[in-house]
Design a protein around this ligand. Structure first.
Ligand code: HEC
Length: 152
């Protein structure tokens, strides 16, 4: 009993201390949001924007270390790979590649990340949504240009 309560006290103190470490959970400015029809934007917002835009919703459970470290890491990494809020910084070919890569990631069940889908069941992309995205991407960005998919 004594050991249990001292372990608990140590745990609380450790949690308290690690929560004093600042974590970067910011939303930088949006320079140019990707332009899409509303029906497409709704899908991207619901499933991708928390990690691939500068409009992240930082939910309550994201605020406490060590969870905050994991989430901030995913968001920062996600933004590095693909950021819909700075869409003008990509070339035409990069946009084409990012969109076709997105389709592939969704088809393979890699995106949205599994853990995120668990916390946000609405984010899972169903067949209709995938069709909508595919049709819009073909229409907007043409056929696939860079055949780099599967390289990594
Ligand atoms: C919970 C955060 C999160 C969500 C939600 C999320 N992603 Fe990601 N995404 C990441 C992270 C982290 C990476 C980089 C590491 C990796 O590839 O797993 C990434 C990488 C990617 C890549 C680059 C893959 C590569 O290896 O080059 C694409 C494309 C992508 N995501 C598309 C999407 C799309 C489309 C959605 C919505 C359907 C989405 N992601 C939702 C976090 C997320």
């Amino acid at each position: 009993m004594k050991i249990l309560s001292s372990t608990l006290i140590i745990l609380v103190v450790v949690l308290f201390i690690i929560n004093l470490i600042p974590v970067n959970m910011s939303n930088p400015p949006i320079t140019s949001d990707i332009k899409t029809p509303d029906i497409v934007k709704k899908i991207l917002r619901e499933s991708c924007y928390d990690c691939h835009s500068n409009e992240t919703t930082w939910y309550w459970y994201t605020e406490y270390a060590p969870i905050s470290w994991l989430i901030a890491h995913d968001v920062n990494e996600g933004r590095e790979y693909l950021n819909f809020s700075t869409w003008d910084k990509y070339s035409v070919n990069e946009k084409n590649e990012l969109m076709y890569e997105s389709l592939e990631e969704i088809q393979e069940g890699e995106m949205p990340m599994k853990i995120y889908e668990l916390m946000h069941p609405n984010s899972k992309i169903n067949k209709d949504e995938l069709n909508t995205l595919t049709m819009w991407i073909k229409n907007e960005y043409g056929e696939i240009k860079l055949n780099k998919l599967g390289d990594d």
